[in-house]
Ligand binder design. Structure first.
Ligand code: SF4
Length: 160
């Protein structure tokens, strides 16, 4: 009942939650946090064994659970930073995601606070202005310094 408000196929999401709960109980004695210690690669692998958690989801958990100041990028907006810096994003999602991570790694202080804030700003910007299919460049305060909007780099299409 409680899952019906959260979107499609609540039965499937309920099954996933039960699977996750069972795994936390069986593999971590009911305390997932104690299992998420040790080398970052090992923790990331542990997270990715849960259903529907890929690299972006693992990064998000690592950052917002305060485990490590990884350069997490909102999974539906990796294009934002890449457009600003390079112009058109890559065809390949993984490459775009990695390039966005590299930008955060290079330019945002390596702290949980700073990178959480960067994540939330990117998410907000991607949802409101720098939309995947229809970026609102004419309304965007970053347009004058954005490679995509100024057409300095390859692949620019005409924004509305
Ligand atoms: S100017 Fe356009 S492409 Fe650049 S950040 Fe703003 S909305 Fe995105």
């Amino acid at each position: 009942m409680a899952l019906k408000a959260g979107g499609m196929v609540p039965e499937l999401r309920a099954m996933r939650l039960m699977e996750i709960a069972a795994r936390v109980e069986n593999e971590y004695g009911g305390d997932l946090r104690t299992g998420l210690v040790g080398p970052l690669a090992k923790v990331r692998q542990a997270l990715k064994r849960f259903p529907n958690i890929a690299d972006a989801g693992a990064d998000r958990i690592l950052l917002f659970a305060g485990i490590a100041p990884v350069p997490a990028i909102p999974s539906n907006c990796p294009h934002v930073l890449v457009r600003i810096r390079r112009g058109q994003e890559r065809e390949n999602y993984s490459v775009t995601y990695r390039e966005a991570q590299q930008a955060v790694e290079a330019e945002v202080p390596k702290s949980i606070d700073a990178r959480s804030r960067a994540y939330l700003l990117l998410k907000r910007h991607g949802q409101t202005l720098c939309k995947r299919r229809n970026p609102k460049c004419n309304d965007c305060p970053l347009a004058s310094c954005c490679a995509f909007a100024t057409g300095k780099h390859r692949g620019r299409f005409t924004p509305e």
